[in-house]
Ligand binder design. Structure first.
Ligand code: SAM
Ligand code: SF4
Length: 419
């Protein structure tokens, strides 16, 4: 019951928060501070498209791919000229490693222009070849995040990945071969696929534990409006009422050897690097570069065009490819920080009070009382920490946040003529 209330409130809040104003007047301000920001770069190409995925991606072709990387370089240059300084890079997709030579050149360009401390790149199991791994190491990649989803062959077949990426056994072997090649190797997993029983999930967890993965991100299956019909055809109906039990199973099995880097990201105890998929947790602000990327800079949340040709064309003329934006009022910024920062499972209240001139708790008192009454937090001064129950509430809220973002992406993709 409480979970349904949290779901409903989150749905309403995020639908409101993600109402962007469209138009060509969208502008990004210059930057004259030294705040550490993250550079998110989106590569929207995949060799094969998975039916459950609602990220912005199209089928890969070499020619537009190369032009796209060229456009990215121009976009990076514009941000530098506007005065932004980045210390972390996250390259997501799609599949960023489809054109590894271009990726390496782009990362070199970023490192030449900013004092970068950490680089994270997403990839798929087919790209874990010795050649590509060496190029990624030489490019300074600290964290490689591999899309696994599950090791169960029947489920891999159902989600259209068995033929593309091979059996669970083969994927596990590939992961084993790259252990130690980067500060962090992360496996991206999904739970709550239709037909994914607790036994199937237990086998996945056993394999991850045997591999001693440094980091595991277990996403709850997130279904947006268009993926829903594709899912219905290929995979089946999603039953959200099973989610909590499966999440408890994951947390219960991993908690002995892993710490929570976020409510759904588990980092092996004693591992030295904890960069995670959700850069929104670690960085107050991030720039979004690439077609369909979303950024949050100086209180402005914005999205780039989803039309890849238009993206390339605009940057060819050195114009930022902005599609829509929304300037967050202070109360929105506080709520956004509260949601994102607490996803890491704890927040420092004193630091947030200072950041918001003593207005943090005054703005959020209703939410605080409601979550306290529901047993979501414990306060160990100066930190507010999520309890086990609170961690699941945050899984629900972040799931709904990403579904709202995915719905926005789908709307924009349709506008751009991509289905
Ligand atoms: C954008 S993908 C990039 C990884 C790479 N392209 C691959 O699939 O191997 C990053 C991760 O997002 C997760 N993901 C994609 N669609 C999802 C969905 N509908 N619900 C939950 N997680 C999803 C998957 O775990 C995926 O590996
Ligand atoms: S899950 Fe990865 S490979 Fe599949 S479509 Fe999404 S981004 Fe591409």
């Amino acid at each position: 019951m409480l979970n349904q209330i949290v779901t409903k409130i989150a749905q309403k809040e995020f639908a409101r928060a993600l109402k962007f104003a469209e138009g060509s007047s969208v502008e990004l301000p210059f930057c004259n501070d030294n705040q550490e920001r993250m550079l998110y770069i989106h590569i929207p190409f995949c060799e094969e498209l998975c039916p459950y995925c609602s990220f912005h991606r199209v089928r890969f072709a070499e020619e537009p791919g190369r032009k796209y990387f060229q456009a990215l370089m121009n976009e990076i240059k514009i941000y530098r000229e506007k005065g932004y300084k980045f210390t972390g890079v996250y390259v997501g997709g799609g599949t960023p490693t489809v054109l590894i030579d271009e990726l390496a050149m782009m990362l070199q360009y970023v490192r030449d222009n900013f004092a970068i401390r950490e680089i994270s790149v997403e990839t798929n199991p087919n790209h874990l070849t010795p050649e590509k791994i060496t190029i990624l190491q030489q490019a300074g990649v600290n964290r490689l995040s591999v899309g696994v989803q599950t090791f169960d062959d029947a489920l891999l077949k159902k989600i259209g990945r068995l033929e593309k990426y091979g059996s669970g056994k083969l994927i596990a072997e590939k992961l084993e071969n790259i252990q130690g090649c980067f500060d962090t190797v992360n496996a991206d997993m999904i739970f709550n696929f239709p037909g994914q029983t607790p036994l199937v999930l237990k086998n996945d967890l056993d394999i991850l534990l045997r591999l001693q993965m440094q980091q595991i991100t277990f996403y709850p299956l997130m279904v947006s409006t268009i993926t829903q019909s594709l899912m219905d055809q290929h995979i089946g109906k999603v039953d959200f009422s099973r989610e909590r039990k499966l999440y408890k199973q994951i947390a219960g099995m991993l908690e002995r050897e892993y710490v929570f880097s976020s409510a759904w990201c588990f980092s092996r105890k004693k591992s030295k690097n904890t960069m995670i998929d959700e850069y929104v947790v670690d960085y107050d602000e991030y720039a979004g570069l690439g077609s369909g990327a979303i950024g949050y800079l100086q209180g402005i949340c914005y999205a780039n065009t989803f039309d890849i040709n238009q993206y390339i064309e605009l940057l060819h003329h050195n114009k930022l490819p902005l599609l829509a934006s929304r300037t967050f009022a202070r109360a929105d910024r506080i709520r956004y920080d509260f949601l994102m920062k607490l996803f890491s499972t704890k927040i420092n209240i004193d630091a947030l009070e200072q950041k918001y001139d003593g207005k943090f708790l005054k703005t959020l008192w209703k939410e605080m009382i409601a979550f306290m009454a529901a047993g979501a937090f414990r306060y160990f001064a100066p930190n507010l920490c999520l309890t086990a129950r609170g961690r699941y509430f945050w899984v629900i809220m972040m799931r709904e946040f990403f579904i709202a973002v995915n719905n926005f992406r789908e709307f924009c993709r349709r506008q751009a003529g991509i289905f």
